[in-house]
Design a protein around this ligand. Structure first.
Ligand SMILES: NC(=O)c1ccc[n+]([C@@H]2O[C@H](COP(=O)([O-])OP(=O)(O)OC[C@H]3O[C@@H](n4cnc5c(N)ncnc54)[C@H](OP(=O)(O)O)[C@@H]3O)[C@@H](O)[C@H]2O)c1
Length: 281
């Protein structure tokens, strides 16, 4: 059974100022073993938040905790497991409440990708991508809500992709999952506003991380190479967006430019993609 947060009785909407104060904030970060999740966990710890970091690779989590110990901020707690498991997700929330006394911020950064034509892929690829990139963060949010409702200035951060704005060929499963996540962020933002829970969608463009090393199928496409943003810079932008209570953030000019093009000229993007696909046959 998940223990009751210590301050469960104070759950009226609590907007505590223009800027969110992260000092002492009780945070759960998924995908914290590498890349953007790791960088967000460290940036939050540096700013004085109490972080519970998770991912499957326990040795990596120990290394993140060591890196956090070298910062001025709070020590970082960690728990290894598969975020697609409902039992593990509940264990995480239980751990946060047990050790921190509650939960104020959930950052869902775990993600995984696959490259290849949809017709050549199997149902397993679609199932696994949807499980990691959509169902796990969606259910983690649902399962965290009782604790967040009792939290201090609570918020949810969903780490999405610019491919949630406009899909690319050879990324069908991933684009579908990130589009679903973007849609969920929109629903939650309005549904949870009256409860005082903020929702931030971070839609990333190409970012330096281990993402391309762990693809379920295929290999890193050319468009993702070069001029990718560092995970550390991306994390700083996302954490600043949490502080400033933003609803959406597109880190870097490439992400912003793509989202703008997708909004203004979707057919132009598709024409160029069709042309590329024909040339690559
Ligand atoms: N890199 C990019 O260019 C890019 C662009 C747009 C969006 N994004 C998004 O950014 C987020 C972070 O990705 P990243 O670029 O930082 O890639 P990354 O370095 O590969 O990090 C992915 C993280 O997700 C965790 N993860 C994957 N499957 C998991 C599972 N079943 N259970 C628990 N944890 C799992 C991994 O940990 P373990 O392997 O230890 O489990 C790792 O910590 C993802 O949501 C990704 O879709 C990335």
């Amino acid at each position: 059974m998940i223990p009751q947060p210590q301050d469960a009785e104070h759950h009226a909407p609590r907007r505590l100022g223009w800027r969110r104060n992260l000092v002492g904030s009780r945070v759960l970060v998924t995908g914290a073993t590498s890349g953007v999740g790791r960088a967000i966990a460290l940036e939050l710890a540096r700013r004085g938040a109490r972080v519970l970091a998770t991912g499957r690779r326990g040795e990596r989590l120990a290394e993140v905790a060591e890196a956090a110990a070298g910062l001025e901020g709070s020590p970082l707690l960690h728990a290894a497991g598969d975020i697609t498991s409902p039992i593990f997700r509940r264990k995480l929330i239980h751990t946060a409440i047990e050790h921190f006394g509650g939960l104020d911020l959930v950052v869902a950064a775990a993600g995984s990708g696959a490259i290849g034509r949809f017709r050549d892929a199997t149902a397993d690829t679609l199932t696994e991508i949807m499980a990691v990139d959509f169902f796990a963060p969606a259910e983690l949010v649902r399962e965290s809500l009782p604790a967040l409702l009792a939290g201090r200035d609570p918020a949810i951060v969903l780490v999405g992709s610019i491919l949630g704005y406009h899909p690319l060929p050879l990324h069908a499963e991933y684009c579908a999952a990130k589009a679903a996540l973007r849609s969920l962020a929109g629903t939650l933002r309005t549904e949870l506003a009256a409860d005082g829970i903020g929702v931030l969608l971070a839609s990333l463009g190409p970012t330096e991380s281990e993402f391309w090393n762990h693809l379920l199928t295929g290999s890193r496409p050319g468009w993702s190479r070069g001029r990718a943003m560092s995970a550390a810079r991306t994390a700083r932008i996302i954490v600043r967006a949490i502080v400033w209570r933003r609803r959406e953030v597109l880190p870097g000019w490439r992400a912003k430019g793509f989202a703008l093009l997708a909004r203004l000229f979707p057919r132009l993007i598709d024409r160029s993609l069709r042309h590329r696909m024909r040339r690559s046959r």
